[in-house]
Write a protein that binds this ligand. Structure first.
Ligand SMILES: Cc1cc2nc3c(=O)[nH]c(=O)nc-3n(C[C@H](O)[C@H](O)[C@H](O)COP(=O)(O)OP(=O)(O)OC[C@H]3O[C@@H](n4cnc5c(N)ncnc54)[C@H](O)[C@@H]3O)c2cc1C
Length: 383
């Protein structure tokens, strides 16, 4: 179906992202994968190209245009090339940006946004802890009052960009009023340390790390938003995170499908192309149909999000089904590659492992079902 979501300016932007992907990301991808890290220089190039300032007002160096369709294109083009987005640049542009734009004071904006936009300042968000993932209310990191500021103690795990980050928006329990607050931890603060890059199953080009806070002195001016309201802020911002990952899920699976169509047309068995067997034709037809349906729903969600109307439940439906479809489609694609599908050198093998996380992060699919079930009037066992 013709996509009605984008206008000319979006398609021009798509071309510039595609050029960036071809020139800066793909030639370096193997190295990024080996070092489990995107070079800081590449972050700066993404900044120079204007990709990290999406939605940021021009006075802080950003695009000055608040339109999530540009973010969607940035994610789609990286996913279309099989490059990790949600575990790298997407954390900055789609996940952390709204916190820094909506919850910060003028002084904080001036301090962080110019570097954030230029790629000099890489950001991360630290919600998950060893003992608190789905159940964020169980966060144990604690910041006690210390003069005007805070002393933060605790740890975070699975933090995307965690190894490279210059700032981390960290959720911690705080007193007076009780509840979770969001504190910005900066590289170099005494007592802030990081573990090794975690050895993930896939998404190897991006860094993921554990973070440790040992009585880190956080000045009062590094609190964002109001104290005690962190849980509410995190819940509100998850809607954008879920639609962002949904966009990428569909584009990533579409890339695997495209590669598989090429493969099955070339590869031959029993004197015919693999693609000519009825089983292959039906499997690929189903995959194509599922992806098209998913894309139409996700496009509608993006449109609603741009209009400020997307609900948490709608975004959860998108996240649930796009990640299931993505994993199913890529599994089909791998199967049609035969043994080659299991070899890392083949893109489909990497897509397979890269996709597995999408049913887990941004809220697991079980939690998505809980959110949707609650909207049906069913009792929530989480209370
Ligand atoms: C590569 C990667 C990158 C990540 N990036 C970040 C990041 O940048 N920042 C960040 O804060 N976090 C990040 N995460 C963490 C991610 O969001 C969590 O892993 C996820 O929320 C699940 O939490 P958990 O791992 O503790 O699983 P758990 O909460 O322990 O869940 C384990 C299982 O129990 C199920 N379960 C839990 N509660 C219920 C329930 N009520 N009903 C039914 N089933 C339930 C879950 O669905 C899951 O299947 C990342 C994780 C990974 C692997």
């Amino acid at each position: 179906m013709r996509r009605a979501l984008f206008e000319d300016e979006h398609e021009w932007f798509r071309e510039s992202v595609a050029t960036f992907v071809d020139r800066e990301l793909m030639p370096n991808r193997e190295r990024f994968r080996e070092q489990r890290l995107i070079d800081r220089e590449t972050w700066r190039k993404a900044g120079e190209a204007g990709f990290l300032g999406l939605g940021v007002p021009a006075e802080y160096g950003g695009s000055g245009v608040d339109d999530f369709r540009f973010n969607a294109i940035f994610g789609e083009e990286l996913a279309r090339a099989g490059f990790a987005y949600s575990s790298s640049f997407g954390i900055q542009t789609d996940i952390v940006a709204p916190y820094l734009l909506r919850l910060t004071t003028e002084e904080q904006k001036r301090r962080w946004l110019p570097g954030f936009v230029s790629g000099e300042l890489i950001s991360a968000i630290g919600m998950t802890e060893p003992a608190a993932g789905s159940d964020l209310r169980g966060i144990q990191s604690t910041a006690r009052r210390d003069g005007e500021g805070w002393r933060l103690t605790g740890s975070k795990t699975f933090i995307t960009n965690g190894y490279n980050a210059d700032i981390v928006v960290a959720a911690a329990q705080t007193p007076d009023p009780g509840g979770i607050s969001l504190l910005v931890v900066e590289d170099g603060m005494e007592g802030f340390s990081r573990g090794n890059k975690l050895d993930k199953l896939g998404q190897h080009e991006a860094d993921t790390a554990e973070l440790f806070f040992d009585e880190v002195a956080i000045p009062a001016e590094n609190l964002i938003g109001e104290p005690g309201r962190g849980m509410r802020y995190m819940m509100d911002h998850l809607t954008q995170e879920r639609i962002s990952t949904s966009v990428v899920n569909v584009a990533h699976a579409a890339n695997a499908l495209r590669l598989t169509l090429e493969y099955v047309n070339d590869r031959r068995a029993f004197g015919r192309s693999i693609g000519s067997f009825q089983n292959s034709r039906f499997a690929l037809a189903e995959a194509d149909a599922e992806l098209e349906m998913a894309r139409v729903y996700v496009d509608r969600c993006v449109e609603a999000h741009v209009a400020g109307e997307l609900t948490a439940v709608e975004a959860s439906k998108a996240k649930l089904l796009t990640s299931e479809i993505q994993n199913r489609v890529i599994d089909t694609c791998l199967q049609l590659h035969g043994g080659y599908g299991y070899i890392q050198e083949y893109e489909v093998a990497r897509s397979f492992v890269d996709a597995r996380i999408t049913r887990i992060w941004a809220g697991t699919n079980e939690i998505m079902k809980e959110v949707i079930a609650r909207s049906l009037g069913l009792e929530d066992p989480r209370g």
